[in-house]
Write a protein that binds this ligand. Structure first.
Ligand code: F6R
Length: 618
C-alpha cells in the first residue's frame, strides 16, 4: 500500500531525476492509486512539490502545465488513502517549512503527537498522520542540522508502521529514509542511488539492491549509501542482485498486466519447479534451512495467509495431508493472530504471500515464532519482510506480479506448496523416492497443460462478454475444487464488482441452494472421473440438482468427461491431470472469465477500485 520512490543523482545522469521518479511511480502505481505527488530539491537548494488526487496521469498532466525546476534529489509517492480522504491536500508529499516527507503506513500515535504540536502553535493543512511526521522531522532538523539524525530521532518516537522518505532544502544532495514494519529497498547505481517500496521502482536503472532490515535509517547521496539503526549506530543491510529485468515489469504487448500475467503462468509454474532436484532426481529444497530433525518431529502444520494466498493454502492442505499424513490447518492470518491459536515447537507454520509484506501475515509470523513454532515462508518477492523474519523461505519464481489481482503468483504458490508436501513426505518416509519422482513428472507436465488451457480460452472469453449484465455468479467445487471455486469468486468480485460466492458443493443442500433461481449462472468445478470414485459422481449430481432449479451451469471438466454434457449449459474442458494437481488448470478459465468480463464492462483490471497490492497495514 502506497508506493514510494527516492532518487539522488549527479547532474551527469542522463535522466532528469523527476523522470526517474515518475517512471518509478508508474511501476509502483499498483500499490495505490488514490493520489500521486513528487518533491524535488534543486542544486541551489529550492524545494518544489506537485501533487494531485487520482491516478498518476493526473499528476503528469499537472506537471506538464506547471513544470518543476531541475533537481538532483527527488521523492515521489502514489497513495492508498488511510488517514484523510483521497484529495489534493491529503496527497503526499507533506511539507513542513523547508522539508518534504512521503510516507507508507500508519502512525498510530499521531493524534497525541499532533495535539502537542498544535499546543505549540503548529498549523496543519491536511488530515493525514504523515503531516505530523513532517512537522516533527522539520523541528528535529532545526535543532540537529542533520537530516539523518532528525529522521532517526523522530522514527524512534513513532508507533505503528511506516516507511518515511524526506528531502530538505538545506541538504540538496541527499534523500533520507526510515522503515519500521513497512518495505523499503535501496537501488545501487553509478553516481546515482535509489529508494523504492520494491525493486520495480528502479529496475530499469539497476538490478543491484540492498535489503534494509527492521528499524533502519538509510541516507543516499549520488555516491554513498549509509545505513544505521534507530539507535544511530551503523547497521548491516543485505546486498543482492534482482533476478528479473525491466521487461518482466512491462505489459509486453498485452492489453493489461493481468492478461500478461495470466499468460505468464506456464513459466511461473515451470520456474518454480526448476532446479529443485539433485542428480539422482531426489527433491532438494536447499532454501528450507530448518533442521531435518525438527521437520521430522512436526505434528501439525498451520498455513497462514490472506485472500488468494490463503486459497493456495487450502490446496496445500489437501496435498500435504494426503502425501504426508500431517494435519494441516489453514487460517486467515488476521484471524490467527488475534485468537490465541494452539501452536508450539512441534508446529510448522507456513506463511504464504506474494508480496512478502502483507501486514496481517507478518503479524501472524511474529506471533507463531513467539510461541516457539518454526515458520517457513512461501514468498514471491525477494528482499521483502516476511522471508527475513521467517526461519526459512521457499521462494516462488513467478516474477514480478503487477496487476493488483493475483494470478500467476497463485499458481506458483500452489506449486511451491506441492514441492513442500513432497519434500516432507520424502523426509519423513511417507513416500518412497520413486513415488515422489512420479508426482514430480506429473508436476513438470503441468506448464504445457496450462498453456493448452490458455490456447483454448476463446469460448471462455465469449461467454464472459455475453454476461456483462449479470449481477451474481456462484462457484461450486469439492475437494481441491472448493478453493478453486472460492478463488474464482474472489477474482470476479474484485475485478468486475459482481456479487460472487464460492461454495463447497456438498454444502449446497445445507442452504446455498436457496439462491438458485431461473438463469442464475453457476460455475461448477468437476473433479476427474479417474480420481476418487465417488467424488466425480457427487459433483455431477450437484450439477443436476441446480440445473433442475433453473441454474445456468458453466462447467469446468476434464477432457473426455462426457458425464457432464447432459446437465451443462457450457463446458470448458481442461487437460487430464491427477486430482490434487488439477487446481493449476481449473482456475485458469475462471481468471480469464473475470478479466474478460471486467474488461467488457470497461473496468480497469489492473487497478480495481478501493484495492491496492501489498496490504501493508492491518
Ligand atoms: C486477490 C489478491 C489478494 C492477495 C492478498 C495477499 O487477487 O491479490 O487477495 O492474495 O492480499 O497478498 P500477498 O500474497 O501479497 O500476501
Amino acid at each position: 500500500m502506497c508506493g514510494i520512490v527516492g532518487y539522488v543523482g549527479s547532474q551527469v545522469a542522463s535522466d532528469h531525476p523527476l523522470d526517474v521518479v515518475l517512471e518509478g511511480l508508474r511501476r509502483l502505481e499498483y500499490r495505490g492509486y488514490d493520489s500521486a505527488g513528487v518533491a524535488l530539491v534543486s542544486p541551489d537548494g529550492r524545494l518544489s512539490t506537485a501533487k494531485k488526487a487520482g491516478k498518476l496521469a493526473n499528476l503528469v498532466e499537472e506537471l506538464d502545465l506547471r513544470p518543476l525546476p531541475e533537481s538532483t534529489a527527488a521523492i515521489g509517492h502514489t497513495r492508498w488513502a488511510t488517514h484523510g480522504g483521497p484529495t489534493d491536500v491529503n496527497a503526499h508529499p507533506h511539507v513542513a517549512g523547508k522539508l518534504a516527507v512521503i510516507h507508507n503506513g500508519i502512525v498510530e500515535n499521531f493524534a497525541s503527537l499532533k495535539a502537542g504540536l498544535v499546543a505549540d502553535g503548529v498549523e496543519f493543512v491536511s488530515e493525514t498522520d504523515t503531516e505530523v511526521a513532517a512537522q516533527l522531522i522539520a523541528r528535529a532538523y532545526e535543532s540537529t542540522g542533520d537530516l539523518t539524525a532528525a529522521m532517526t530521532e523522530v522514527a524512534r518516537s513513532l508507533h505503528g508502521t511506516f516507511t518515511l522518505l524526506a528531502v530538505h532544502e538545506d541538504a540538496p544532495g541527499l534523500v533520507v529514509g526510515a522503515r519500521h514494519d513497512s518495505p523499503l529497498v535501496v537501488g545501487i547505481g553509478q553516481g546515482e542511488n535509489f529508494l523504492g517500496s520494491d525493486v520495480a521502482a528502479f529496475i530499469s536503472h539497476t538490478k543491484e539492491a540492498l535489503e534494509l532490515g527492521q528499524d533502519q535509517v538509510v541516507t543516499i547521496t549520488p555516491d554513498t549509501v549509509t545505513v544505521t539503526g534507530f539507535d544511530g549506530l551503523p547497521a548491516e543491510a543485505r546486498r543482492y542482485t534482482v533476478d528479473w529485468d525491466a521487461a518482466a515489469a512491462e505489459k509486453g504487448g498485452f492489453a493489461s498486466f493481468m492478461d500478461k500475467e495470466i499468460h505468464d503462468q506456464p513459466h511461473a509454474v515451470a520456474d518454480t519447479l526448476l532446479g529443485r532436484t539433485d542428480a539422482h532426481g531426489r527433491l532438494v529444497l536447499d532454501e528450507v534451512r530448518i533442521d531435518e530433525s525438527v521437520l521430522r518431529s512436526v505434528d501439525k502444520i498451520v498455513v497462514v495467509a490472506c485472500g488468494t494466498a490463503a486459497y493456495a493454502g487450502h490446496v496445500a492442505k489437501y496435498a500435504i495431508e494426503h502425501w504426508c499424513r500431517i494435519p494441516v490447518e489453514v487460517e486467515l492470518a488476521h484471524e490467527f493472530r488475534y485468537r490465541d491459536p494452539v501452536v508450539n515447537e512441534r508446529t510448522l507454520v507456513v506463511a504464504v504471500s506474494q508480496s512478502g509484506e502483507t501486514m496481517d501475515t507478518l503479524m501472524a509470523v511474529r506471533h507463531a515464532r513467539e510461541q516457539g513454532a518454526k515458520v517457513l515462508a512461501l514468498v514471491n518477492t525477494h528482499g521483502s519482510t516476511i522471508p527475513r523474519e521467517a526461519d526459512a523461505v521457499l521462494y516462488t519464481h513467478a516474477g514480478p506480479e503487477i496487476a493488483v489481482a493475483s494470478t500467476k503468483a497463485f499458481l506458483a504458490q500452489i506449486t511451491a506448496a506441492y514441492l513442500l508436501g513432497l519434500y516432507l513426505a520424502q523426509l519423513r518416509g511417507n513416500k518412497y523416492a520413486d513415488e515422489v519422482g512420479e508426482i514430480l513428472i506429473e508436476l513438470r507436465a503441468m506448464p504445457d497443460k496450462i498453456q493448452q488451457v490458455l490456447d483454448r480460452a476463446d469460448r471462455v472469453r465469449q461467454t464472459a462478454r455475453s454476461m456483462v449484465d449479470t449481477s451474481s455468479v456462484l462457484f461450486l467445487g469439492r475437494h481441491v475444487g472448493f478453493p478453486v471455486a472460492m478463488e474464482g469468486a474472489l477474482k470476479l468480485k474484485e475485478l468486475a464488482y459482481i456479487h460472487a460466492e464460492g461454495f463447497a458443493a456438498g454444502e449446497l443442500k445445507h442452504g446455498p441452494i436457496a439462491l438458485i433461481e431461473e438463469g442464475q449462472p453457476v460455475f461448477v468445478i468437476v473433479p476427474s472421473p479417474r480420481g476418487r470414485d465417488s467424488l466425480h459422481s457427487k459433483v455431477v449430481s450437484n450439477i443436476q440438482e441446480i440445473r433442475a432449479r433453473g441454474a445456468r451451469t458453466l462447467v469446468i471438466a476434464e477432457d473426455g468427461d462426457t458425464d457432464v454434457l447432459p446437465y451443462a449449459d457450457e463446458v470448458f474442458y481442461v487437460p487430464q491431470s491427477p486430482t490434487l494437481l488439477a487446481p493449476l488448470l481449473a482456475v485458469v478459465p475462471l481468471q480469464i472469465f473475470a478479466c474478460e468480463l471486467a474488461t467488457a464492462k470497461g473496468l480497469d483490471v489492473d487497478q480495481p477500485r478501493n484495492l491496492a497490492k501489498s496490504v501493508t497495514v492491518e
